[in-house]
Design a protein around this ligand. Structure first.
Ligand code: FPP
Length: 247
């Protein structure tokens, strides 16, 4: 039985989030520049999006660039931005052909002008697609997102359109970049690091975490299937006991 056949289609996670890590180490192992790792990471992005759409995952969020990544050497930042612009531009027809909608979360205004424009164009061109939504987290950090949400809520309290007593979990959820997206049930991180690194801190509250030693440029469809099979073998209790789940 192949890994893909082991996946139970009635127990699929609706939303998978991935921290794509290990591009630099992959390149170093090959005696190449870090950007070579990022370039090969694009192949993994393509494979993963294709696999997710094929098996019926409704949302796939990829951590492509964190707020902290701006602190990398200028040369690497510029090369990554160029790669993003180029990839988004080149892949839009494929996204449309496969009925995949593109979205982006993060401090998008901080992206270079051409990158921002390209991204908005691709989002606009794919907005009516409905098979799978690909969410790119770009210049994203969860603390930035939560801080923004709190500022917006505080403004509403200040101008008396909301009272402090009315604030509940839904108030916060609805002010995050992911307001219209269900929470991820599964979060994958590649490259053997066991951290969340400021990614979807609020949204991952009940997610199953899956860590693999595979470096992102080596990640292929089979690796995604493996993560889903592992997820489906876990018992999600949401604070309840096993007995309560059966009854
Ligand atoms: C982490 O590896 C990877 C990134 C910060 C960038 C991810 C970008 C891509 C895969 C390319 C473009 C993406 C899209 C969505 C088109 P790292 O550099 O932190 O690796 P290291 O930990 O081994 O140094």
């Amino acid at each position: 039985m192949s890994l893909k056949e082991k996946i139970n289609p009635s127990k699929l996670p609706q939303h998978i989030a991935i921290i794509m890590d290990g591009n630099g180490r992959w390149a170093k192992q090959k005696g190449a520049e870090r950007i070579y790792g990022h370039e090969n990471g694009v192949i993994s992005v393509r494979e993963t999006v294709e696999a997710a759409a094929e098996i019926g995952i409704k949302y796939l969020t990829l951590y492509a660039f964190s707020t902290e990544n701006w602190n990398r050497p200028q040369e690497e930042v510029m090369a990554l931005m160029q790669l993003l612009v180029h990839t988004i531009n080149a892949e839009t027809p494929t996204l449309n052909k496969n009925n995949i909608r593109l979205m982006a979360i993060g401090n998008l205004k901080s992206l270079p002008g051409d990158c921002y424009a390209e991204l908005q164009e691709a989002i606009e061109k794919t907005k009516n697609n409905s098979r799978t939504t690909l969410v790119l987290a770009l210049s994203y950090s969860s603390r930035w997102e939560i801080t923004n949400a709190i500022k917006q809520i505080a403004e509403q309290v200040e101008n008396k359109t909301l009272s402090a007593a009315e604030i509940n979990e839904n108030t916060i959820t609805s002010h995050l970049c992911t307001a219209d997206i269900p929470e991820p049930e599964l979060m994958i991180r590649t490259s053997g690091e066991h951290r969340i690194s400021n990614f979807l801190l609020w949204q991952l509250a009940y997610a199953e975490l899956y860590f693999t030693e595979t470096l992102w440029p080596d990640f292929r469809k089979e690796n995604l299937y493996q993560a889903i099979v592992d997820y489906q073998n876990r018992e999600r209790r949401f604070g309840k006991t096993s007995e309560q789940l059966i009854s």
